[in-house]
Design a protein around this ligand. Structure first.
Ligand SMILES: [Fe+2]
Ligand SMILES: [Fe+2]
Length: 176
């Protein structure tokens, strides 16, 4: 395979994974919002706002995939399921757990975006623009998470599980 072909494949893979990740984020916030409506009503506005951002991000990557005739990830359903489960469990563990989850997800995402942007800057400016367009929102979500979350030991298992399940899902999506 030519080097150019390899980099085109990598660009497609990057946008496909990001598209799938946004689906996961949408489902996390949807189930957290569902629980928050009962127990933490004051959080609903913030969760709604983050949910709207994730929907916009999903549409941005969906548009890119459709207009470049690139298929979406085969594991989209798994991202949905994983997102709903993660959001549901963390929300049941309390409002702090919601923010700890947000921080853990977004810090993994931001770390991932960093190398993607470096790669895309050299290989595909259009895809780079799409990825860059979500960065400020993800940073805002991350900062909200760290501001309202907690660094108490009791939340370490949540951080650990969320972080590594996100990493695993990202890795898996590069294969599917
Ligand atoms: Fe997003
Ligand atoms: Fe986000």
């Amino acid at each position: 395979m030519e080097i150019a072909d390899i980099s085109i494949k990598e660009v497609e893979r990057i946008i496909r994974v990001d598209h799938a990740g946004e689906r996961g984020a949408i489902c996390i916030y949807k189930s957290q919002r569902f629980i928050a409506r009962f127990f933490y009503k004051d959080m609903v506005v913030q969760l709604d706002e983050m949910l709207e951002h994730e929907k916009e991000h999903f549409d941005t990557f969906n548009y890119w995939l459709v207009s470049n005739q690139v298929r979406h990830c085969h594991a989209l359903w798994l991202w949905s399921l994983g997102g709903y489960v993660l959001g549901f469990i963390t929300a049941l563990l309390g409002r702090k757990a919601i923010w700890v989850c947000t921080e853990a997800v977004e810090s993994t995402v931001l770390h991932h975006l960093e190398w993607q942007l470096n790669f895309l800057a050299q290989h595909d400016l259009n895809a780079h623009k799409a990825v860059l367009s979500i960065k400020a929102d993800e940073e805002q979500h991350h900062d909200l998470g760290s501001l309202n979350g907690s660094s108490a030991m009791i939340y370490f298992p949540i951080k650990f599980i969320v972080k590594y399940s996100t990493k695993f899902a990202i890795w898996l999506s590069t294969k599917l």
